[in-house]
Design a protein. Structure first.
Length: 277
């Protein structure tokens, strides 16, 4: 496995520091001994009068959120962004005016065109992009790819994901990541194999397609399962996140790994040295 020991000299700037995930990222960075040198929040979102460390439930950093990524990242080695697609793309463009050379992106709900913009940004930045930064989820991705490749097209593939009621994109980025892995195992793209939603009188399953089911309830952090079923048996691979800190921990590993890398688009498989890298 790739060495992802976290260097104390690493300085990071974090987007969306007042949000639920942003606070987790700040806390994760501080707990890991990294230097948090700046953070942003969307105009009108705030609070802009509180210390970033205080927002994260940690000690004071002497830094407050700003709206400008250039200002926030002025002294950063790595930019970490788990916000919304438009905000992430705007930040990538703004980073041209900073010293940042590495980026960690956990933003989900990106369109194909937005993914293409990130790929273009990776011509000048080293970017680690993933739908999920949990080590367990990335192992699940590798196992899904393996299972789909070993089991024939007579095995149906269905992916079920559950998240908290406030999540806005569906299926989740993690579910789509698992779908990509299943499609790769079948030697095809998810675009070619993805089943439309089962809804209505003409919703029979098409052999070989990959189906998705979505649930939104309560405060569920994230649950994902991949089931492969034949006429005689079902194999289910699953993962449940018990603490949001797991995503922040993986993001810090990615931040440590990406600093000093040559420009390019990387994934957590690269960071963790898992098959498929």
């Amino acid at each position: 496995m790739t060495d992802t020991t976290l260097p104390t000299a690493l300085s990071v700037a974090i987007a969306g520091v007042a949000g639920r995930m942003g606070r987790q990222l700040v806390a994760g960075a501080m707990d890991a001994g990294l230097s948090v040198v700046g953070g942003t929040e969307a105009p009108g979102s705030g609070p802009f009068d509180r210390d970033i460390g205080e927002l994260a439930g940690r000690g004071l950093l002497g830094i407050r959120p700003v709206t400008d990524p250039v200002s926030a990242a002025a002294n950063a080695d790595v930019w970490i962004d788990f916000t919304r697609p438009a905000a992430t793309l705007a930040a990538l463009n703004a980073l041209k005016h900073t010293r940042v050379s590495g980026v960690v992106i956990g933003t989900t709900g990106l369109s194909a065109a937005q993914d293409a913009e990130i790929a273009r940004a990776a011509e000048r930045l080293a970017i680690v992009k993933a739908g999920n930064f949990s080590v367990g989820i990335n192992l699940l991705q590798a196992l899904t790819r393996m299972a789909a490749s070993r089991l024939g097209e007579g095995w149906d593939i269905e992916i079920l994901e559950t998240h908290h009621r406030r999540k806005v994109d569906a299926p989740s980025g993690t579910a789509l990541m698992l779908g990509d892995a299943a499609a790769e195992g079948r030697g095809a793209s998810l675009e070619a194999l993805r089943s439309p939603p089962y809804d209505g009188p003409d919703s029979a399953r098409v052999p070989g397609q990959i189906g998705f089911s979505v649930r939104r309830m309560g405060d569920v952090i994230g649950e994902h399962s991949v089931s492969l079923g034949s006429d005689m048996e079902i194999v289910t691979l699953s993962h449940q996140a018990l603490d949001r800190a797991v995503f922040a921990h993986g993001a810090m590993q990615a931040a440590a790994w990406v600093r000093g890398r040559k420009p390019g688009l990387y994934g957590m498989n690269d960071v963790l040295g898992l098959p498929g890298a």
